[in-house]
Design a protein around this ligand. Sequence first.
Ligand code: URA
Length: 252
Amino acid sequence: MEYQNNLLQSIQKEQNFNSLSYSENKEALLAALWWYHYQGVEWAWCDPENKASQTSEGLTSLDEQLQNLKYELECFQECRLIDTAQHTVFADGNPAGGIMVVGEAPGAEEDRLGKPFVGASGQLLDAIFQSVGWTRDHVYITNVVPWRPPMNRQPSVQEIQVCLPFLQRHIALVKPKVLLLFGAVAARSLLGTMEGMAALQQKELFYKNDLLQEPIRLFVFYHPAYLLRSPGQKRAVWHQMIRLQKFLNNKV
Ligand code: URA
């Protein structure tokens, strides 16, 4: 997506528009834009004026603030994963539901559709939530990095580090009652620990960052992709879901 910011320029160059005016070339320009659209290219002109407008108190709604954060990510040029991705996969679900889920990174399906957890892992994640009667309207889902790493490799430490301030801001905006971290990449990135997943699942954990007034209760889960490879570990997920339900029902 790197070239998107300069897309108009490159279209102009390709179509030899430089010497001609927009009105003379409107049809050809529109045809080129449609062509890019059908190739699945997502538009990101990165014009600061495009940000959601502020109210007189300088405040915007949560949806607008989230939209602005997504927009900032689309314009962010410090993580090269954006170059090979089709979409910036920002989030899905209900940001006001109180339950925020963090995964690792988009896979091929997520990159194609621009939504987190819509492939095989996503189906298992949905089934986990359905087991307690939740749909995507009950949860808000995002990832540590918003772009698919090539060949579905794990994001590197450097890629995680440059994207982390966005995730920290994302969590501070949503201010969920509880955070559910799926997989070691999410757990290590947000907890800053290399402790094993089995040990982390036994602990009472909280997430803090400088933008938050209160720590947020946090539960660690095995990643659905790992569960698909090791179905025997699903038992640990059901245990975590029971602990989570107790917490949400104020029983712990
Ligand atoms: N795996 C993740 O961690 N996130 C997704 O969005 C999809 C698969």
